[in-house]
Design a binder for this molecule. Structure first.
Ligand SMILES: C[S@@+](CC[C@H](N)C(=O)[O-])C[C@H]1O[C@@H](n2cnc3c(N)ncnc32)[C@H](O)[C@@H]1O
Length: 272
């Protein structure tokens, strides 16, 4: 992983190419087969126990939600299992949204999917969602967290709620493939993206050449301040000792000196 300076538009465009180029690998995987089989059954959800608890607490029955960075739509579609209705998944990868449409067909869902860059949403988009969801591996693709959260807040009605289930910024300091994986490899205060030229996969092992992609490390203070500046009031924050990342990060679980590995956060849009 090396570092690079690049503008927001260029980074977002490059990341779109990289995700599109990685889509086929995902559809050829055992995970995809599990999804197609799973969504054939009513009430199927891919959310883990932590996120299930969080969503249960939010009581989503009859509410309409938007997921930003929905990828193949597995989680947007899973929101139906919590009673949510007419949800929207937004992602800039056309190739992954083709997969989302296949899963939607299998599930017989009333979700919609929109191909759009979160930094350049279309004019006529709905802006009265009851809740918004951001999960695993979205914040790191965002070159500007303040503008990102402003776009997210703009999709919510006043009083609408945001829930985040993401990688803990401290985990970003470690490199599981390093010779000494338990020593911090990157600064918590890393400024500027790292660039990868491999397909983006979730197993952490597959190394197939792909267009360059740009990944940003944001501190916990960047996240909290971004939410505050976007007019979102944090109502819940919990740090967890388990991993919700690629399996290569599992080596950091169950340690005597345990790192925080992921977090759940809820916030509400205040004001009119
Ligand atoms: C790791 S995936 C999210 C996976 C999802 N949390 C899940 O578990 O199924 C990140 C997604 O963010 C999308 N993305 C990255 N930058 C984006 C942007 N500027 N606008 C919209 N989507 C973006 C990518 O295309 C990718 O599908």
């Amino acid at each position: 992983m090396s570092s690079s300076r690049i503008g927001l538009k260029q980074a977002v465009a490059a990341n779109r190419l990289a995700w599109d180029a990685s889509a086929r690998l995902h559809q050829d995987s055992a995970r995809w087969k599990e999804l197609t089989a799973g969504f054939a059954a009513p009430g199927f959800s891919t959310f883990d126990a932590t996120m299930t608890r969080t969503l249960d607490r939010l009581e989503l029955q009859g509410l309409s939600g938007v997921q930003i960075g929905c990828n193949n739509g597995r989680e947007t579609l899973s929101l139906a299992a919590f009673g949510a209705e007419r949800c929207l998944g937004i992602d800039q990868s056309e190739e992954f949204l083709k997969q989302a449409e296949i899963l939607k067909g299998i599930a017989g869902s009333d979700c919609a999917f929109l191909q759009a860059d979160i930094y350049a949403l279309p004019q006529g988009i709905r802006r009265d969602f009851d809740f918004a969801v951001i999960t695993i591996g979205v914040l790191g693709w965002m070159p500007d967290l303040d503008r990102f959260f402003q776009a997210v807040a703009g999709l919510l009605r006043p009083g609408g709620r945001l829930v985040i289930y993401e990688t803990h910024p401290m985990l970003e300091m470690f490199e599981p493939a390093a010779e000494q994986p338990y020593l911090p490899a990157y600064s918590y205060f890393e400024d500027g993206p790292s660039v990868e030229e491999y397909a983006i996969t979730y197993d952490g092992g597959t190394k197939q050449a792909a267009p360059p992609s740009f990944w940003y490390i944001h501190k916990m203070s960047d996240i909290i301040m971004g939410l505050i500046r976007a007019g979102l009031t944090v109502t819940w924050l919990e740090e967890h000792p388990h991993s919700n990342r690629e399996t290569c990060f599992d080596i950091y679980e169950n340690q005597r000196a345990q790192l925080p590995m992921c977090f759940t956060l809820a916030a509400a849009r205040t004001g009119g």
